[in-house]
Design a protein around this ligand. Structure first.
Ligand code: BG6
Length: 508
């Protein structure tokens, strides 16, 4: 990993394939501009957005500014800063399938390396449909744009593969042309502050480790629920579904951070190894297991906050008989010394009652209850709740005595709340990840074998759900908590899904 001053003095050219797309508009460009505003960008840089439609540089810049003004955490861009930044932003319309047209990037590189009198770092960002990943990766290589291995990096958005076979094929193609150190596979959840803090919380605090195992933990829940439906992404979602879209990547990554063994050092390879160990130790599914441990759902239309919303099958670009799941819940086990027989329940879904990403660690019950039964006003086994978003907090639920003349026990929360502890800004995930690419820091990215291991684990579920269309879709209504079977999945073991009390933050 490079120190900041080295990054600042490192001339950098960003080539963003999919430069006119939604991701670039909403996330990538606001992140690059915020890095610029906060003084993290290299002193010499150029950004080339690449798209299909023709557009003069000025028109492209105006569109980007509109995105920044709408989506940046810093709000409206200061005019002078935008003028200086956008001066370094260009747009090229290129047929990405035609390798000869990549010549245009060679020209940029030569021109700026001559002007800067230095070798530039070139970051190729693949923010395009996955079907284009292989052709772009090989065209960059064919044009000898990847020869300077130390100076060339490629950033690949998700989804990485559609199944195990396609992920393996893509890895093979990338490995033929690039070294693993050049490949940055994005999972934007890993860039979130609250997610990075899981490592800090677990491995910078000695008091947790003795409790962090099957002797004290009864079960773990990871719940990523969203109020939004698929919106305009029906076409993509039809090829994906909740399992591929959220569990194969974001949720398994969260699970790994909770379950991994302590690394020997804070080093990308070391942390990746510990995560892969977990995925490999996760109990495999057979057909019977899938039926018992995995639940799928699809939302129907209903009313949400006084507005009628369409069911998934009525969304645009969605098959009216679609078998795609918009909800998935799975019970996992990790067959290793630390976690034997501790269930990890995960669930995710769209059009649910609350938007919230929460990890709940429930500890085992008391060995013996010493208070009279009438002392219990409310009761909850100890729980540690890591709230990723929108509330950013860690709370420990403990029993306490209500102040007063009687011994009355109730549940209270000890809370670490980010906003009140750190009132200054929180960077967006994409800012962290882009800076890491510039620094050559791969900890928060997915290594090739990790992606394959995740696919391998989930393929029996993918296959079972694809081979046997659901007979009861849609099986949950908008604004609910998902299908009843997901409640049954966890209730069968005597637990229930935890959710934070509703407040204005997580209603939308
Ligand atoms: C994306 C999924 O990776 O993550 C989307 O494709 C999902 O379907 C999104 O809505 C959730 O991300 P966040 O950061 O809003 O929780």
């Amino acid at each position: 990993m490079k120190a900041l001053h080295e990054v600042k003095s490192q001339p950098t050219i960003f080539i963003i394939y999919g430069g006119s797309g939604d991701l670039c508009w909403r996330k990538i460009m606001p992140a690059l501009f915020n890095l610029y505003l906060d003084g993290w960008m290299p002193e010499k840089f150029v950004i080339v957005g690449v798209g299909k439609s023709a557009s003069p540089h000025e028109e492209y810049r105006a569109k980007l500014l509109d995105g920044i003004n709408q989506f940046s955490r810093n709000g409206t861009a200061p005019e002078d800063k935008w003028a200086a930044f956008s001066h370094q932003v260009f747009y090229e319309s290129v047929d990405l399938t035609d390798f000869a047209t990549y010549n245009v990037f060679c020209k940029y590189i030569t021109e700026y390396e001559t002007a800067w009198d230095a070798r530039a770092y070139v970051i190729h960002y693949f923010a395009v449909a996955p079907s284009l990943f292989p052709v772009i990766a090989s065209n960059i290589a064919k044009n000898k744009l990847s020869e300077q291995r130390e100076h060339t990096r490629i950033v690949i958005e998700k989804p990485f593969g559609h199944d195990l076979e396609s992920a393996k094929e893509l890895n093979k193609l990338l490995n033929e042309n690039y070294k693993e150190e050049q490949i940055y596979r994005i999972d934007h959840y890993l860039g979130k502050e609250t997610v990075q803090n899981i490592l800090a919380f677990r491995f910078a605090n000695a008091i947790l480790e003795p409790l962090w195992n099957r002797n004290y933990i009864q079960h773990v829940q990871i719940s990523v629920t969203e109020r939004l439906g698929v919106e305009s992404r029906g076409g993509y979602y039809e090829t994906s579904g909740a399992l591929r879209d959220m569990i194969q990547n974001h949720i398994l990554q969260l699970l790994c951070l909770i379950a991994m063994e302590p690394p020997n050092s804070f080093n990308a390879g070391e942390i990746h190894n510990r995560k892969v160990d977990i995925i490999k130790a996760m109990r495999r599914f057979d057909a019977e297991h899938v039926r018992k441990a995995a639940v799928r759902g699809q939302y129907g239309g209903d009313w949400m906050e006084g507005k009628e919303v369409p069911g998934y099958r009525e969304e645009s670009n969605v098959d009216p008989k679609s078998n795609t799941e918009t909800f998935a819940a799975i019970k996992f086990f990790i067959d290793n010394w630390r976690w034997q027989n501790v269930p990890f329940y995960v669930r995710t879904g769209k059009r649910l009652h609350q938007s919230a990403s929460i990890i709940t660690i429930q500890f085992k019950d008391l060995p013996h209850f010493v208070f009279p039964p009438e002392a219990v006003e409310s009761w909850q086994q100890n729980r540690l709740i890591i709230s990723i978003q929108p509330e950013m907090s860690i709370r420990l639920q403990v029993q306490g005595k209500r102040p007063g003349l009687e011994m009355l026990l109730n549940t209270v929360d000890m809370v670490f709340d980010y906003k009140s502890t750190y009132p200054s800004y929180t960077p967006e995930a994409y800012e962290t990840l882009l800076l890491d690419v510039m620094q050559g820091e791969q900890t928060l990215f997915m290594r090739g074998d990790m992606v394959e291991a995740a696919w391998e684990l989930l393929m029996p579920v993918v296959n079972a759900w694809e081979n046997k269309p659901s007979l009861n879709f849609p099986n949950y209504s908008a604004d609910s908590w998902g299908p009843e079977l997901a409640e049954a999945l966890i209730a069968a073991d005597g637990f229930h899904w935890y959710h934070l009390p509703m407040n204005s933050n997580n209603k939308h």
